[in-house]
Design a protein around this ligand. Structure first.
Ligand SMILES: Nc1nc(=O)c2c([nH]1)NC[C@@H]1CN(c3ccc(C(=O)N[C@@H](CCC(=O)O)C(=O)O)cc3)CN21
Ligand SMILES: CC(C)C(=O)C(=O)O
Ligand SMILES: [Mg+2]
Length: 255
């Protein structure tokens, strides 16, 4: 039985941590799924780690759908979630509905994720949920706003922490099934986790969340740079470089 939304919601109450990672292609997605990851996110961070852009803004809805299709072919068990890319959902609820609808029609996504908890976004999310589309919220550091807020920790002052808590509650009231908390203080993330009824998945938000997510390229040591909170478990850049050098040498020495 594949992991369901109901299942991760039950795990919150059972205090069973949810292990999530990102994927952008078939090969890695299949490995993550077979290794037992609970949730796989086709994150728009693929703009940077897979496509080489300097931030997440350039990636298109067509790009996200293409990558989500590839990931979907490798996933049997994990809950597959797809990020909506910059400007595919911010202009109007109508446009968000059309973009989200394409993701559900053209991929095997079982949920989508949208950044932001400001009033207009809460209303957009309410409409998507009403139309039958499971939505995961995303507050704190929202990378699609990099030009306004940078990649800094969010919610470090009493006022901004209160605002993030308020947004989290508003998103829950609009019907999100889970909430991503990015780069916020651990005590704030713990407080939100205790106060809302849906699972929180943290990245750079401490160990008090119901689950954790990281960008797989960071975990594997394949990124050019990575956030300070991302733990690199293996340095595949070095391994791959060594192997490729060996291969080149073998070709050149005709061995
Ligand atoms: N490879 C990769 N991993 C990620 O986790 C990731 C991406 N890319 N791209 C999209 C966003 C951007 N993320 C980031 C990127 C940088 C910091 C970072 O360096 N934060 C510092 C402060 C930086 C500053 O002041 O500008 C920190 O101390 O939190 C945090 C999150 C997380 N996401
Ligand atoms: C929060 C992270 C994991 C994300 O949204 C992404 O990878 O795009
Ligand atoms: Mg993202």
């Amino acid at each position: 039985m594949p992991v369901s939304i109901a299942q991760i919601q039950k795990w919150k109450h059972q205090k069973k941590p949810i292990a999530a990672l990102t994927a952008s292609d078939y090969a890695i997605a299949k490995l993550l799924d077979k290794a037992g990851v609970d949730m796989i996110l086709v994150g728009d961070s693929l703009a940077m780690v897979a496509l080489g852009y300097k931030n997440t803004l350039p990636v298109t809805l067509d790009d996200m759908i293409r990558h989500a299709q590839a990931v979907g072919r490798g996933v049997d068990n994990a809950l597959l979630i797809v990020d909506m890319p910059f400007l595919s959902y911010q202009i109007s609820a109508e446009e968000a509905m059309r973009s989200a609808g394409r993701i559900f029609k053209e991929t095997d996504a079982r949920g989508i994720k949208l950044e932001g908890g400001y009033p207009d976004m809460v209303e957009t999310i309410r409409k998507l949920v009403q139309a039958g589309m499971p939505v995961m919220g995303h507050v704190g550091l929202t990378p699609q706003s990099v030009h306004r807020i940078g990649y800094r920790v969010q919610g470090g002052t009493p006022d901004t922490a209160e605002e993030i808590l308020h947004q989290s509650k508003a998103l829950v009231e609009a019907g999100i099934f889970a909430l991503l908390l990015e780069n916020i203080p651990a005590d704030l993330a713990t407080k939100i986790t205790e106060l809302i009824p849906v699972p929180t998945i943290g990245i750079g938000a401490g160990q008090g969340c119901d689950g954790q997510i990281l960008v797989t390229h960071d975990v594997l040591g394949l990124s050019d740079w990575q956030p300070p909170f991302a733990r690199k478990y293996v340095d595949l850049q070095s391994s791959i470089t060594e192997v490729v050098k060996q291969y080149c040498q073998d070709v050149r020495t005709k061995s």
